[in-house]
Design a protein around this ligand. Structure first.
Ligand code: ADP
Ligand code: MG
Length: 659
């Protein structure tokens, strides 16, 4: 025997349980292998050769017995350490080659480096492929290579991390005679360079390349022969012991691995573009609808808020009828009509109310020099200038005289100036509103538009003119009041209600027939509505994310099942559990984030389209974007973890044997 003690196994047994049947694949095998040994294990089919090989190669664990490497007992090593040994010290060559499909010879050869501490090394990969005679086949996929060439790629792959041992389980089993001998000569050369070779074969002429031939039968070693014909043992080439990874190096290694997962995920998704797209549809649609609805909701909220804030919190609006809450009439009561005199009586009798203006609102057809425009006509009193902050930018507002004489004067909003007067100065011009001639005396300040309407598309005329000359009514729609600075709005509101009951001689048990809206209340109601909407949207989002997540989980399970052999190969060349876990988790998250981003684009697009065609203002907030991406990533993580764990926990040999 050449060399010093290297791998030493004692009394190794392996028992398989198939239902109730017990298979003793190995019945107490002891074997000692020295460095630079060339050992062939022979025996009939079913004698336990492969089982022994897998245990020697740390792809499988024995049922009992001891395994020592350099005098170190491995039976209590953790998974990561075994993966490290597989990566740095051992190399494998399988009968079925086990190359990754749709992956070039170069990438297959580089695979162990993905999990090694040294990282990518294109020079070495090229050099190795040249060494096995494939220098001109670097970019070929396995299906473009012959069996012998595939096995050479496998040998190159086994050599990438400069292992001390190569395990070869029937490496020539699928090859013709000529290729078989080429492969064996390659292995023999490697042995000459000091690499230990352990080979399983059932062919005598293949076994004769080895210096030691171990014969097995029924799970035991029958005898061993020394094959002098194989020539002398090579002189031992010392390779320095590989030091354990430092904390920093380990950290760098993990970081690099993480980068690789993205690359792998990208490839996996690209290989199944349609499938990936379909599986992200759930998340895509969910995120898109939530983004669109949030955008519209935020736009509406913003519009209402600006409208309200321009009114001020000390505005009260008295309306006929019963109080409405959230659009629902709470109680049916007898309605009454409000008059201009009601407003003046309130102003005279309630000191807390400073300004009062009855209002009516109607629509009218406006004509100026043959141009037509349909707009909103507001009839108001002079106080409305203050209450609604309508100080004209040019000309004057409605006066008391206008009210007295029902003069036909009008103030026009910006939109009317633009549409009817084509931007020219309208003051002094005559217009017809529903065929009645008015003179323009002022231009209203710009108010901006809201979700529902353009607040500059309006004409303001004296209330009395509007009532008697345009609308033909002797009552008002509402009475707007401004509470005196420093007075309590709620108290003023109560005072108005009490005064109106008294003024209308309502008996104490009769329900109110008018009501007062106060802006603070309306804002609160609005906030409440938008909160309800948010809750509803969150519900939709949650459901769609769960549905989307289940879609992703499903596709990831399919992906893992399809790629069990790939997982086996990766583990055989040294991937740790966390490498496999990371690879599949990143893949799941990549699917879900892509879905989320596409959904974001679609949702924002839909919202934008709505804002253009329906003239709704739409706001896509950064929070909505962050939420969409964050939640979709989270979904991928949560629903990807089970499939990824399933992949990570696979036993290397079970994965490799998977059909
Ligand atoms: P060889 O490689 O010498 O042909 P193996 O080591 O593959 O033989 O198998 C040895 C024995 O163990 C056989 O009887 C086989 O049926 C059994 N065996 C191998 N693998 C399994 C397994 N995963 N489950 C159950 N029995 C197994
Ligand atoms: Mg076998």
């Amino acid at each position: 025997m050449a060399g010093k003690k290297f791998i030493e196994i004692k009394d190794i047994t392996k028992v398989y349980h198939l239902g109730n049947e017990r298979v003793d694949a190995l019945r107490g095998v002891s074997l000692s292998i020295a460095q630079s040994d060339f050992v062939a294990i022979m025996g009939a089919s079913g004698s336990g050769k492969s089982t022994l090989m897998h245990i020697l190669g740390l792809l499988d664990v024995p049922s009992s017995g001891s395994y020592q490497l350099h005098g170190r007992e491995l039976s209590d090593c953790d998974e990561d350490e075994l993966a490290r040994i597989r990566n740095e010290e051992y190399g494998f060559v399988f009968q079925q080659f086990n190359l990754l499909s749709r992956t070039t010879a170069r990438e297959n050869t580089a695979l162990p480096l993905l999990y090694s501490r040294d990282g990518a090394n294109p020079e070495r990969v090229k050099e190795l492929l040249e060494r096995v005679g494939l220098g001109n086949r670097l970019e070929h996929n396995p299906n473009e290579l012959s069996g012998g060439q595939q096995q050479r790629v496998a040998i190159a792959r086994a050599l990438t991390t400069r292992p001390r041992v190569i395990f070869a389980d029937e490496p020539t089993g699928n090859l013709d005679t000529a290729s078989s001998h080429e492969i064996m000569n390659l292995l023999k050369d490697l042995n000459k360079q000091g690499i230990t070779i352990i080979l399983v074969t059932h062919e005598r002429d293949i076994a004769e390349y080895a210096r030691r031939i171990v014969h097995m039968r029924d799970g035991s070693i029958l005898r061993e022969e020394t094959n002098e014909a194989a020539g002398p043992a090579p002189s031992l080439i010392e390779r320095p012991e590989i030091p354990p990874l430092s904390k920093r190096a380990a950290w760098r290694h993990d970081l690099r691995a993480f980068g690789n997962y993205f690359h792998l995920a990208g490839r996996a998704l690209w290989a199944h573009k349609m499938r990936a797209f379909l599986s992200m549809l759930g998340i895509l649609i969910g995120v898109a609808s939530v983004i669109a609805m949030l955008g519209i909701g935020a736009g509406a909220k913003d519009a209402i808020r600006t409208q309200f804030s321009s009114l001020g919190s000390n505005l009260l609006i008295l309306r006929p009828g019963a109080r409405q809450t959230g659009g629902v009439r709470m109680q049916s009561g007898q309605t009454s009509r409000l008059t201009v005199e009601d407003g003046h009586a309130i102003s005279d009798n309630i000191p807390a109310i400073e300004y009062v203006s009855g209002t009516i609102s109607t629509r009218g057809q406006v004509v100026f020099q043959g141009q037509n425009w349909n707009t909103q006509i507001d009839g108001v009193e002079p106080d409305n200038e203050i209450i609604r902050d309508l100080k004209p930018t040019a000309g004057r507002f409605i006066t008391g005289d206008d009210m007295q004489s029902r003069t036909r004067v009008a103030l026009v909003g910006r939109t009317v100036v633009r549409e009817l007067f084509k931007g020219q100065n309208p003051i002094g011009e005559q217009i017809r509103i529903n065929r009645v001639i008015f003179q323009v005396v002022g231009v209203l300040p710009e108010k901006g538009s809201t979700t529902w309407r353009d607040r500059d598309d309006v004409i303001v005329i004296p209330l009395t003119t509007a009532m008697y000359r345009l609308a033909g009514m002797n009552y008002v729609n509402a009475i707007e009041m401004q509470v005196r600075e420093g007075e309590d709005v709620n108290k003023a509101q109560d005072a108005v209600m009490a005064y109106m009951r008294q003024r209308q001689h309502l008996p104490p048990n009769a329900p109110d027939n008018v009501f007062v809206q106060n802006m603070a209340e309306m804002l609160a109601a609005l906030t409440e509505t938008s909160r309800t909407m948010s809750v509803l949207l969150s519900g939709i989002a949650a459901i769609s994310l769960v549905v989307g997540g289940i879609g992703i989980m499903n596709i990831m399970l399919v992906s893992v099942t399809e790629r069990v052999r790939e997982i086996g190969v990766r583990k055989a060349v040294g991937a740790r559990r966390r490498d496999i876990l990371g690879q599949f988790l990143v893949e799941a998250v990549a699917v879900s984030i892509t879905g989320g981003l596409l959904g974001l684009a679609l949702g924002a697009g839909a919202a934008l389209a709505l804002s253009v065609f329906a003239q709704w203002s739409v706001i896509i907030t950064p929070q909505a974007v962050v939420m969409a991406v964050g939640f979709s990533a989270l979904t991928g993580l949560v629903f990807g973890i089970w499939p990824a764990r399933k992949a990570a926990m696979l036993n290397p040999i079970d994965a490799l044997r998977h059909e």
